[in-house]
Write a protein that binds this ligand. Sequence first.
Ligand code: IPE
Ligand code: IPE
Ligand code: MG
Length: 236
Amino acid sequence: MEQSRAIHVGIIMDGNGRWATRQGRSRSAGHRAGAAMVRRIVEAAPDLGVGVLTLYAFSADNWRRPRTEIGWLMRLFREYLRIETPRCAADGVRLDVIGRRDRISPALRQAIEDAQRATAGGTRLHLRIALDYSSRDAILRAAQCLRPETVPSRESFARLLAIVDHGAPAPEVDLLIRTGGERRLSDFLLWEAAYAELYFTPLMWPEFGPDELGRAVREFGSRERRFGGLTDAAAG
Ligand code: IPE
Ligand code: IPE
Ligand code: MG
């Protein structure tokens, strides 16, 4: 379904590990299947009326995982960027990676910088991948940049939030999806999703295909957003 306005969708891509374990496969196989699903979702998003897509790939707290799993994930991110950067550039997808850069390997940092540079002109979709990301840490870093005794506007603070995380400014999140059955935000886009519509699905991330994204976007279209006001009918 085509929205009248392109929307910002955020996705907490959870459930790779459980999906793989249920099939008797390794968690790394689950992450690989998850990366394949990212490709399909990115491809489908613009035609579903999505203008900005922010995907939670690795949280700042995911460093608590076993070193071997982290190693697999980091390799997968590099491989994803190597393969997808030219495709994004050709398809008009602007690729940003948001999150900290000082704890990842120099090779991954370089791949991120190359991807951002090569895709900067894309206008069909703004794809933001959150890697070593913590929303609370971003808010703290943005607060540190403020001038004393000035209260910024919400808009200028939102711009600052994107900048401290190395991304281009993006509008607020309209629809926030979490796969994997949990109903929590796990430190994702806490400021940006202040009025987002929430959509939780028991499907694991490798099961969440373009049809499922279409379903979520359609449900979003049927929700009534009031932003604290009243509906036209109630206002009289
Ligand atoms: C999400 O899947 C991907 C990352 C957090 C990197 P998980 O790895 O959290 O999968 P589950 O939740 O253990 O199934
Ligand atoms: C959230 O999933 C982070 C990502 C999807 C990248 P987690 O699996 O890390 O979240 P918790 O630990 O269940 O809250
Ligand atoms: Mg998880």
